[in-house]
Design a protein. Structure first.
Length: 159
């Protein structure tokens, strides 16, 4: 007759073997390669390809939402906070580079139906391409709101 201790040991071995084979196949399916900082990246630094490395992270350890999934999402952008090596990069920790700085002289452009009016203004807010910012018209002193264009001008519209 077998002892109860020997049976439980045998059962534990069988269960451990089963779990080991079950989880060994999951390592490839349950992990993802994410871009991380290779070096410490400080706020205001422009992120370059050479500053990044890809790290395989298990899905249990990495949050599914809110982190960058590919290098294309962050290369060329600017760090908003310190990014540490080996850690997933939150999407809110990077931003597009600012083309317009607070207090900078900018060109204000109004264009509609072939009519183009330009004026000089002073930016009251910093902004990246596509951002809506406030600008003070230097001629009239009025404040206008416009969209930052890729060339650094501010496009305003009627209304």
């Amino acid at each position: 007759m077998r002892s109860p201790h020997r049976r439980s040991s045998f059962a534990a071995t069988i269960i451990a073997s089963f779990l080991s084979s079950l989880f060994s196949g999951m390592s490839l399916a349950d992990s993802r390669v994410l871009p991380t900082a290779r070096v410490t990246i400080y706020p205001g630094d422009k992120i370059e390809e050479s500053m990044l490395e890809d790290v395989e992270v298990s899905l249990d350890a990495a949050p599914q939402k809110g982190v960058t999934q590919s290098r294309n999402e962050i290369v060329g952008k600017v760090a908003r906070r310190t990014l540490l090596p080996g850690q997933a990069i939150p999407t809110i920790a990077v931003q597009n580079p600012q083309l317009v700085k607070i207090g900078a002289q900018v060109k204000i452009v109004f264009s509609e139906d072939g009519l183009v009016i330009t004026a000089l203004g002073m930016a009251l807010q910093a902004g990246s391409v596509g951002d809506l910012i406030r600008v003070r018209n230097q001629d009239s002193g009025l404040m206008v709101i416009g969209v930052v264009q890729p060339d650094g001008t501010i496009r305003v519209s009627e209304g």
